[in-house]
Design a protein around this ligand. Structure first.
Ligand SMILES: [Zn+2]
Length: 331
């Protein structure tokens, strides 16, 4: 049997099936009424075909059977898909495309592929990034686990003189700074930070790294007092300025920061090649996107379909309420 394109799935083309697919994903125990919280006690209002003289119910509409409630709702209520004017099946295609493209997919491309306006594609991709945002508060690492920490300069702060900014290498004064924590064999978590002073980095490291972890960084001065201030099990460094990239201790994990650097190489190629530039206030959303794909990567046994399903589970409770008039930037 020939392998069909993943995009031939009916939920990507048929609006009613798109709703059914989202319902199966978000409501494993039956429909959940967003008005009263009742689970599994609602009727589907949708009439299958147009009946003469009868108004056809909207696709995916349910009515709560709870006595005091009786209100109508759809599975998209309270999710990033609410209020979207784009049909749900197209939004599901966008989720899939954004989840399976290692370096992301630009709003321009989504606009062309999905046949929606650029503005709509821009809003949609930010809503999907919001769904990808990791809500988990549990720290990375743990006993016998290694967390690599590194930071990178990226892009240019709006308004900074062009000739001063440097990308990568030494942090430019006018570049934005990204701090990333990666658990070897596990997830990544990235933060847009103001700078690299101890006071700026420590609260993030304390909140996101389990104290039983072995921590690896480069020899940057701001990591000097990391162990004393965070109480992590161990802290080893590699000195890149001396061309030292890996060290094999007699016991314990190999000392290097290649994992987090591998993360940055995907992030930078994506930001440069696909998104080109993004405004500073949206950087954290792009970071969420790259973190999500990295933390749900194939090496961890997560294939494209599973990754897209996981992103869909994240659509709940993250409806974007902000208004962005600025949609001129590519990306
Ligand atoms: Zn209800």
């Amino acid at each position: 049997m020939p392998t069909l394109s993943k995009l031939t799935k009916s939920a990507f083309h048929n609006e009613a099936q798109a709703f059914e697919y989202l319902e199966e994903t978000l409501w494993p125990d039956g429909p959940v009424c967003p008005h009263c919280g009742t689970v599994g006690n609602a009727t589907k209002l949708q009439t299958p075909e147009r009946v003469e003289g009868k108004r056809q119910a909207r696709i995916g509409l349910w009515k709560c059977k709870s006595k005091e409630c009786r209100k109508q709702f759809r599975v998209t209520v309270g999710t990033v898909f609410e209020h979207g004017r784009i049909p749900l099946h197209k939004m599901l295609q966008a989720v899939y495309l954004l989840c399976c493209s290692k370096k992301g997919i630009s709003s321009h491309q989504l606009h062309r592929v999905l046949g929606i306006t650029y503005k709509a594609a821009w809003f949609l991709s930010h809503r999907i990034r919001e769904a990808m945002r990791d809500g988990s508060l549990s720290p990375l690492g743990g006993t016998g686990k290694t967390v690599e920490i590194d930071e990178t300069g990226f892009g240019r702060v709006a308004g900074a003189p062009q000739r001063f900014y440097r990308v990568g290498g030494r942090m430019g004064q006018y570049g934005r700074t990204v701090l990333t924590l990666v658990e070897r064999g596990g997830s990544a978590r990235s933060f847009h930070v103001e700078g690299t002073t101890l006071g700026q980095l420590l609260p993030i490291i304390r909140a996101n790294v389990n104290r039983e972890s072995a921590v690896m960084t480069d020899a940057a001065s701001w990591y000097k007092f990391l162990q004393g201030h965070t109480g992590v099990a161990s802290h080893d460094t590699v000195n890149h300025t001396d061309y030292e990239y890996v060290r094999y201790p007699e016991s314990g994990p190999t000392i290097h920061t290649n994992t987090v650097e591998g993360y940055y190489s995907i992030f930078k190629r994506g930001m440069k090649g696909v998104y080109q530039h993004c405004s500073e206030k949206h950087l954290h959303r792009y970071l969420a996107e790259f973190d999500f794909r990295y933390s749900n990567r194939i090496a961890l046994g997560v294939d494209d379909t599973t990754r897209a399903t996981r992103a869909l589970k994240g659509v709940v409770g993250k409806r974007l309420t902000y208004k962005i008039p600025h949609v001129t930037a590519a990306g």
